[in-house]
Design a protein around this ligand. Structure first.
Ligand code: FES
Length: 159
């Protein structure tokens, strides 16, 4: 997604260009671009007169931020204890392999999917659990996830 100065200005203005709202600004940037683009980080640092280090520290400290684009449908595979016992880690490996991803956080070539492991998303009774684009799938399997991902991909291709 192309970085547009106007969007960055809107975000800065929305938060009154107040340094104490930096995390909220970065949340808006992350939501809009699905990552923190370097050009945006530089603009924010310049506009707020803060160091790039401060932005970099926040962007790497909080798991909600990424410095590379996430897929349109971020996939969170729970590998917490209950899900791991029920095969969560294997599901993670299979999804990564099916999507041809080498590492977590990387987006697929079509920018539709990215995968991350997470530690317990609070519904252990439904283990193993995978969330795709915010939609939680409980008592799932590699096969069910593969079908669901293919369905999403077909839907996107039809648009
Ligand atoms: S361990 Fe997976 S939801 Fe709790």
């Amino acid at each position: 997604m192309e970085v547009q100065k106007i969007e960055v200005d809107n975000i800065l203005n929305h938060w009154k260009r107040d340094k104490s709202n930096l995390i909220e600004m970065l949340e808006d940037v992350q939501e809009h671009y699905r990552y923190i683009p370097p050009q945006v980080a530089i603009t924010i640092a310049e506009e707020l007169d803060i160091s790039m280090n401060r932005i970099f520290h926040i962007a790497t400290f909080y798991k909600g931020f990424t410095l590379e684009p996430r897929g349109k449908y971020p996939i969170s595979v729970c590998t917490g204890t209950a899900c791991h016992v029920k095969g969560g880690t294997r599901i993670l490996e299979n999804i990564m392999r099916d999507l041809d991803l080498e590492r977590e956080g990387q987006a697929t070539e079509d920018q539709l999917f990215s995968v991350e492991s997470v530690r317990c998303i609070g519904c252990c009774g439904l283990a193993p659990v995978v969330a795709i684009g915010g939609e939680v799938h409980g008592k799932t399997s590699s096969t069910k996830m593969k079908k669901f991902i293919n369905k999403l991909r077909k839907k996107e291709q039809a648009q």
